[in-house]
Design a protein around this ligand. Structure first.
Ligand SMILES: [Zn+2]
Length: 307
């Protein structure tokens, strides 16, 4: 089989030795400190910055990564809380930089409607090593469940729970990349000792909503806003995006809570997951960042009108 993964035996799930073999192959390729923490530092003039946790990854030969949320300063009890999350999958670059850009360029405009909280980079180790998993071969975006014990997710969930205010809207920023098919899905199949049917990577932006809470008009408002920046993905010949039948153009639904997806953990009324396609010949890295920002503003504008 041509797409056999380099680690493990086909049909046999990985044990500890295969997982540590995988970890040994991972290297730092970019700097969380310089690309993310320095930008967060520069935001302190206008926003409140809180460290909500740490990833203790010096034990694996990397670093201990501080985890930050950025909040609008004029936080008022009783005003709706809205949340933006980026870098749940650290390799998905525009999710991290889209969250930071939203803070730099737009977040202050929403202060009069909402208490805004942004977690720009939930998986800094994944950001630095360009990975979907954490060092223990765990996908954080399947781990937003109570008592998951996954440090990327558990610490954020605890922090948001301790705000002790309901979250009205949550937009989780992601990408679907060509490396999903060339690296990350083959790695997942190898880890679990199974075979995956590959699907075509959609060329364009799409959304994954929560099937138990669709809020179609909200999703459409996000898509309309993004369409002013970049193209929306068409369904494949089966009427699907990543194997899932579309509900509308550029929109599919997953069961967020059942799968442990980030968008499900707050039980917010308005939730969605953005999927930018950074490998498109029609989109630059800057356009991908702007598409993420447009998704957030399109969604929050809709929610503000609905207040
Ligand atoms: Zn993702």
């Amino acid at each position: 089989m041509s797409d056999q993964y380099a680690i493990g035996t086909p049909g046999t799930p990985w044990g500890d030795s295969e997982k540590s073999e995988w970890l040994q192959q991972q290297t730092k390729q970019r700097s969380y400190e310089r690309d993310v923490v320095d930008v967060i530092e520069s935001l302190k003039k206008h926003f409140d910055v809180t460290q909500y946790g740490t990833l203790d990854y010096a034990q694996f030969g990397f670093e201990d990564y501080p985890l930050y949320v950025v909040k609008t300063r004029n936080w008022q009890k009783g005003r709706p809380v809205v949340l933006v999350t980026g870098g749940v999958h650290g390799y998905e670059t525009s999710g991290v930089h889209g969250a930071l850009r939203f803070l730099q360029a737009k977040a202050a405009e929403y202060e009069r409607y909402f208490n805004v909280v942004v977690a720009p980079c939930i998986s800094p180790w994944g950001y630095e090593t360009i990975n979907r998993w954490n060092p223990k071969t765990i996908d954080p975006n399947r781990s937003f469940k109570e008592q998951s014990g996954v440090p990327e997710t558990a610490q954020l969930m605890a922090y948001i729970a301790n705000l002790n205010e309901p979250v009205l809207a949550h937009i989780d920023l992601h990408e679907t990349t060509d490396t999903d098919n060339s690296e990350f899905r083959p790695a997942l199949a190898a880890r679990d000792g199974v075979i995956h049917d590959n699907w075509d990577i959609p060329d364009g932006f799409y959304l994954v909503g929560n099937s138990v809470n669709p809020e179609i008009a909200f999703q459409q408002a996000v898509l309309d806003s993004v369409a002013t920046v970049t193209h929306i993905a068409d369904a494949d010949q089966h009427g699907c995006l990543i194997g899932e039948p579309i509900a509308e153009r550029g929109l599919i639904f997953y069961k967020a809570q059942e799968y442990g997806l980030c968008m499900g953990f707050t039980n917010a009324r308005y939730v969605t997951t953005t999927e930018v396609y950074p490998d498109s010949e029609q989109a630059t890295p800057e356009e991908c960042i702007l598409a993420q920002v447009a998704a957030v503003t399109g969604g929050f504008d809709y929610v503000a009108r609905a207040l």
